[in-house]
Design a protein. Structure first.
Length: 135
């Protein structure tokens, strides 16, 4: 099974989850600046919410996917709203790419809000989630 992890982060919150997920599934976490080079069965795609929307980098990454992707598993952090699942799902649907029903979400720190999140416990939960998805 071919698995990849891509993510976008400004603050480092989503990077923490991406690295935990990648380690759990035995691959390297890469930013969305690095396009997919070959077909994948599972793509763990990490994003966060900025001004109530996913960053343009995520939009660009998805629009530029030109390989077969079996399914995308969303993971995200946000301080104020819950999850990027629906927003990412709409982008994937336009490309004809399936989004998995399962996702991983946790609070992300923003200034003094949710300080220290995601923490070690969140990263461990993300790793366990990823192992379950690929099993």
């Amino acid at each position: 099974m071919k698995v990849e992890v891509r993510y976008y982060t400004r603050s480092g919150n989503t990077k923490k989850l991406a690295e935990a997920i990648a380690k759990a599934v035995g691959v390297e976490a890469r930013t969305v600046d690095e396009p997919l080079k070959e077909d994948v069965d599972i793509l763990f795609l990490g994003s966060s919410v900025y001004a109530y929307g996913v960053d343009d980098s995520i939009k660009k990454f998805i629009s530029n996917i030109d390989v077969r992707v079996g399914k995308v598993v969303n993971f995200s952090t946000a301080a104020l709203i819950k999850s990027t699942y629906k927003q990412v799902g709409k982008l994937l649907e336009k490309k004809g790419i399936t989004q998995a029903e399962e996702e991983f979400y946790c609070k992300g720190s923003f200034g003094s809000i949710h300080k220290g999140k995601p923490d070690e416990k969140d990263c461990k939960a993300a790793a366990e989630f990823a192992k379950k998805v690929i099993s």
